[in-house]
Design a protein around this ligand. Structure first.
Ligand code: HEC
Ligand code: HEC
Ligand code: HEC
Ligand code: HEC
Ligand code: HEC
Ligand code: HEC
Length: 416
């Protein structure tokens, strides 16, 4: 059932492919009219490609409204819908939000889609020859739905594991079919990858709510901006360039140390925690365990109080130095592994004591192939980053299923 729902939306996207050339002609026409209005805009290279100039940090404009919306449904007598034949609520140009996003972000590159020649990164089944930071929804055509965020599925009665809140507020806002909009702001915002300010509580999903989550970023066109005041740093050219480009896993680093006093909350773990509420917390929180340190990096499990033992794996504000003092991790081993698990790295040097585990240490944002149990995906675990004998993760080219296991990941830090 799960599988079917997802298959359906992606199949529609595949059926769409032949229509693309026609739609591109329409694009070109639209662009020739919008070009004059935007000719003075310098190319925006930041992560706000979907935003209007007022909402970006760079003040530049990128996608045009007309690439996603149609006012009347036709121009020159030709349909402006990318697929389907009936007009849609909110005037969008496809039969669902997912299909609209996949028109550009599906498995077949539509090529450059703007006057500045940007190529959209593929998120369905990446065939652009790089390991995408977010993973993807159908890696190497290996459909392993049980492992991923189930785009296309009816989630009206399936709230996220660990959620506490009013899920019907979320589905009333974004629809009952789990789609890209649940996590990304289609109109852009100032967070990394346009991540919503609070995907779990629509009323708090704005730039001024005290309950927003900030995922700030620094971007460099050529090299690592090396800025640990920002949650994320990434660098490189666009998706159409060879790897590593700015969407490649190795060109994205997580830099700012989250602290137990952060208000508003910051970083990826707090962001995932807006939906998976119970799985996130700073040290000392009743759902997590551990010991807080009153505003700085937590003291972890230091055997000092009744709160001390962890109830859930730490995902914020605990570093390897403290954990090593507590004798729960092995920093020397962590330093010696050649390919390290993803972590938050404030000083920019991987493998030392200020490194911190977080959600992406173990999970992908979109999904992972995880074909670990010899073609029986239902036996695999949830969206996890397995590591093979040579340190490759399960969505990388050359990953060996023979040596790939989750324990290889745990052992990098714990060496039990
Ligand atoms: C008309 C084509 C088009 C459509 C439709 C489209 N996108 Fe994009 N999107 C792009 C392009 C091009 C880029 C890459 C820009 C760049 O290279 O910086 C992009 C980039 C992104 C990014 C990464 C931004 C960053 O940090 O660099 C996200 C997230 C994204 N799109 C989400 C979506 C979602 C969600 C939808 C559906 C609501 C959608 N896109 C629909 C063209 C499109
Ligand atoms: C990447 C695609 C994309 C672009 C570009 C885009 N929109 Fe949208 N817009 C959407 C989607 C998707 C929705 C929501 C549809 C839904 O939830 O059913 C939407 C909703 C809206 C709404 C309804 C209210 C809301 O905010 O939800 C308005 C108004 C709107 N867009 C105006 C614009 C304008 C004006 C522009 C250009 C400045 C623009 N859009 C650019 C995809 C886009
Ligand atoms: C908009 C709310 C929302 C956000 C934000 C969100 N998730 Fe989820 N997540 C869900 C829902 C709904 C499910 C259950 C349906 C499914 O499997 O897709 C889920 C399922 C999962 C699963 C289990 C997958 C499986 O099928 O076994 C994992 C792991 C997960 N999420 C991790 C994350 C991580 C890591 C983040 C942050 C990058 C995150 N989630 C952010 C809504 C969300
Ligand atoms: C559960 C939340 C969630 C959903 C649903 C989701 N995304 Fe993402 N997406 C993220 C996060 C978090 C990142 C940043 C991941 C990273 O950097 O490792 C991301 C990254 C991206 C990127 C940048 C490329 C990359 O590999 O990092 C694009 C483009 C994108 N998403 C588009 C989409 C589209 C299109 C959809 C719908 C088909 C979608 N996303 C659904 C959370 C989500
Ligand atoms: C990037 C490093 C890293 C990785 C990878 C990692 N952990 Fe941890 N883990 C930590 C840190 C740091 C602590 C906090 C220890 C402390 O409080 O002193 C911790 C705590 C724990 C604890 C609680 C110990 C206690 O004191 O109660 C367990 C159990 C655990 N991890 C198991 C795992 C497992 C199983 C995996 C693989 C699925 C894993 N860890 C992966 C860094 C990591
Ligand atoms: C140390 C590794 C590790 C870290 C860090 C981690 N997870 Fe997990 N996660 C797992 C494993 C392993 C499972 C399988 C179930 C289990 O062992 O509890 C899992 C399962 C899940 C599930 C599925 C639960 C269900 O009921 O199906 C969700 C959702 C999830 N994780 C979200 C998150 C979020 C959100 C974060 C960050 C706040 C996070 N995880 C951090 C390893 C991790």
């Amino acid at each position: 059932m799960k599988k079917q729902a997802k298959q359906k939306s992606f199949d529609i996207a595949v059926v769409l492919q032949p229509l693309r050339p026609l739609a591109m002609v329409v694009f070109v026409f639209l662009f020739s009219t919008t070009f004059f209005l935007t000719i003075s805009a310098t190319p925006a290279f930041s992560g706000e490609y979907h935003a209007t100039s007022e909402e970006t940090t760079t003040g530049t404009e990128t996608l045009a409204c007309s690439q996603c919306h149609t006012m009347h449904g036709s121009q020159g007598g030709q349909s402006l819908l990318y697929e389907g034949s009936t007009l849609q609520p909110m005037l969008i140009r496809a039969s669902s939000v997912t299909n609209l996003c996949l028109y550009c972000h599906g498995s077949t590159s539509p090529g450059a889609v703007g006057w500045d020649g940007r190529t959209p990164p593929q998120v369905e089944n990446n065939q652009q020859s790089y390991t995408p930071s977010a993973g993807d929804f159908k890696h190497s055509n290996y459909t392993n739905e049980a492992n991923r965020h189930s785009i296309g599925m009816d989630v009206s009665s399936l709230s996220p594991p660990g959620y506490s809140g009013i899920w019907s507020d979320v589905t009333a806002r974004f629809g009952t079919e789990f789609n890209c909009e649940f996590c990304h702001d289609q109109h852009g915002n100032t967070n990394y990858r346009n991540l919503r300010f609070n995907p779990g509580v629509p009323a708090d999903d704005n730039a001024s709510s005290p309950n927003r989550v900030l995922v700030t970023y620094a971007y460099g066109t050529g090299s690592d901006p090396n800025d640990n005041t920002k949650d994320v740093n990434y660098w490189g050219a666009g998706a159409n360039t060879s790897s590593p480009n700015k969407f490649t896993r190795s060109s994205v680093r997580f830099r700012r140390a989250p602290l137990d006093s952060d208000s508003p909350a910051r970083g990826i773990s707090a962001w995932c925690g807006t939906c998976h509420v119970d799985f996130y917390g700073a040290s000392g929180a009743s759902n997590m365990g551990g010991v807080s340190s009153g505003g700085v990096v937590g003291a972890g499990d230091n055997n000092s109080s009744t709160n001390s033992p962890w109830l859930r794996h730490p995902v914020a504000d605990v570093d390897m130095g403290i954990a090593s003092t507590n004798l729960h991790v092995d920093v020397a081993n962590w330093n010696s592994v050649s390919s390290k698990a993803r972590h938050i790295n404030p000083d920019g040097i991987p493998g030392n004591s200020d490194d911190q585990p977080f959600c992406f240490t173990c999970h992908y944002a979109h999904g992972g192939g995880n074909p670990n149990s010899g073609g029986s995906p239902q036996l695999d675990h949830t969206n996890l980053a397995f590591v093979d004998g040579s340190g490759k993760v399960n969505i990388e080219a050359g990953y060996s299923t023979a040596t790939g296991m989750i324990r290889n990941l745990c052992q990098q830090c714990h060496n039990q």
